[in-house]
Design a protein around this ligand. Structure first.
Ligand code: SAM
Length: 516
């Protein structure tokens, strides 16, 4: 299988493992309602890592709209990658002035570790959708093949972003962008129907309790002829009907005699002919072209944000219609949705609108690194929740809530547990490193107990003010029976043989705390 190489790739292949684990510090809650929605201010590389203990394998839909690397965006590459090549770039703004061979290398170095973490966060039945344009589409596709697996490629949507105009381009006026999609596991994933697709309503002129329908004759000359399919059907009024001869060719029924007798009530008798019904579908299988205005345009994205801020505080926000459409085909009512390049917060806007429309309880997680995370991203979400404006331009509130976070201190600093980190956060981290699962809400009552997983009981004997010791007194305080015990403490004075005989693994704090 072909794969892409670029300058700096070796340095970033496993960079996601070196990213420090930082604690998410809640700054405030906004609104009423069930908790769960999050807006995080910070670099998404660190924020995604911080989300792993709670969300690994639990995000149903990721939508990202990263910098397209147009050369005009001034995005900053400042990941702390320990490689001389990358160090040379550190903190450099990737803009027009760096229109050199390394602009694409830098973009790929930026995206690679983030996509790695995003892949971990997806649930087995989940998928990622990535907006992109021609600047990086081809590179992104190859990198995603590598990270998500070419076999998990769901498809590529082509979104028409603008209508007409623009004869100023050199050869081709580009009116579209792409949305590339990969499933975590294609065999466990299914995309919902597109209910926006304009069906030809003339095809469904009738209606009954099951919905709108059209009619199709039961006899057909175009199907494989079989003498057993030529027989008499008697209508409720006693009319005797046989398949017609069409242009000199004997047609036959599409249904066998048995099926007709079983489903006689599904037949429609009209003007001397027999018909079956076909119902108007709820939607169609997603088409690759998103051309209709129902999927929004760049212009409608501007209008969406202007309706909330009166001005346009953000360039090129995606339309709510596009994002909402993607969510409508890729989520269910209780899904968690992540956007780690949140910008003006369109994804949260779309989640709140969709929940309001269908009574859903989807949750969003947004990450935005710029300072406008509070003044634009969170402010937009507040105004969507509460409603904004008056009169005919008023935007009705959706209700809902969110919590706002900053990236807090690193959990492990210079090899030691950071004493400023709350013990509960350390417990969550440890349990996750041991089991890849979320720390259970309650334990067995023992203060050091974290939880049990697959027969193993995990204990964390920690006191930030004094040294802890795994000794006979501590062991005597454990009353539960487990197949095996993993116990973290500063020291252990029990003999190796005793630990071995009692299926106890001692892990030294901080030496044996795993980084991920
Ligand atoms: C193209 S915009 C997204 C626009 C968004 N879809 C909307 O509709 O408003 C990309 C956003 O990603 C943010 N971003 C870029 N690099 C980031 C990083 N490393 N961590 C978090 N956010 C980042 C940028 O600041 C920018 O706001």
């Amino acid at each position: 299988m072909p794969s892409l190489t670029w300058i700096g790739k070796d340095a970033v292949l496993n960079h996601h493992l070196d990213v420090p684990y930082r604690v998410l510090e809640k700054k405030y809650d906004f609104g009423d309602g069930e908790p769960g929605n999050k807006i995080i201010h910070g670099d998404n590389l660190e924020a995604l890592k911080s989300l792993l203990p709670e969300y690994e394998g639990r995000v149903k839909c990721i939508y990202i709209d990263p910098p397209y690397n147009t050369g005009n965006e001034n995005w900053v590459y400042n990941d702390n990658v320990n490689s001389p090549k990358i160090k040379k770039w550190l903190g450099q703004v990737v803009g027009k002035e760096s229109e050199d061979l390394t602009r694409h290398d830098k973009w790929l170095c930026m995206m690679y570790p983030r996509l790695k973490l995003l892949q971990k966060l997806l649930s087995n039945d989940g998928a990622i959708f990535i907006s992109i344009d021609d600047n990086e589409q081809a590179n992104l596709k190859l990198v995603c093949d590598e990270i998500f697996g070419a076999g998990n490629f769901v498809g590529e949507l082509i979104w028409k972003k603008k209508q007409g105009g623009g004869n100023d381009s050199n050869n081709i006026v580009v009116e579209h962008e792409y949305v590339i999609s990969y499933a975590k596991l294609l065999s466990s994933f299914s995309l919902g129907l597109d209910t926006n697709y304009q069906l030809d309503e003339k095809l469904y002129p009738f209606e009954d309790a099951k919905g709108k329908y059209g009619l199709i004759t039961l006899d057909k000359a175009s199907i494989q002829f079989s003498p057993s399919l030529v027989y008499e059907i008697i209508s409720p009024s006693g009319e005797k009907l046989k398949p017609r001869i069409v242009k000199g060719k004997q047609s036959c029924w599409r249904w066998s005699k048995e099926k007709v007798s079983k489903q006689y009530n599904d037949l429609v008798f009209k003007n001397g002919k027999v018909y079956t019904k076909y119902y108007r579908p709820l939607g169609v299988t997603q088409r690759s072209l998103l051309v209709d205005t129902v999927y929004g345009r760049t212009e409608s994205g501007n209008d969406d944000i202007k309706a909330i801020f009166d001005i346009k505080p953000f360039d090129y926000p995606k339309p709510v219609a596009l994002t909402k459409h993607l969510l409508s085909i890729a989520t269910d009512k209780s899904s968690t949705i992540l956007d780690s390049f949140a910008g003006s917060g369109t994804t949260a806007h779309a989640v709140l609108n969709l929940n309001k429309q269908d009574g859903g309880n989807r949750k969003f997680i947004l990450v935005e690194m710029e300072d406008y995370a509070e003044t634009i991203t969170a402010e937009r979400v507040r105004r969507v929740i509460d409603g904004y404006g008056e009169g005919k331009n008023a935007v009705e509130g959706t209700g809902g809530s969110f919590s706002y976070y900053e990236l807090g201190p690193e959990l492990l600093k210079d090899g030691f547990i950071n004493e400023d980190v709350p013990e509960q956060t350390i417990r969550e981290y440890l349990y996750y490193t041991e089991t890849n699962h979320v720390l259970p809400q309650s334990n067995n009552g023992h203060p050091a107990h974290l939880g049990n997983f697959e027969g193993v009981a995990y204990y964390f004997l920690y006191n930030k003010d004094e040294t802890t010791t795994l000794d006979a007194t501590f062991l005597a305080s454990i009353s539960e029976k487990a197949d095996r015990y993993v116990i973290y403490a500063d020291n252990c004075i029990m003999p190796q043989k005793f630990l071995f005989d009692h299926d106890i693994t001692f892990k030294k704090i901080p030496r044996d705390i795993r980084r991920f």
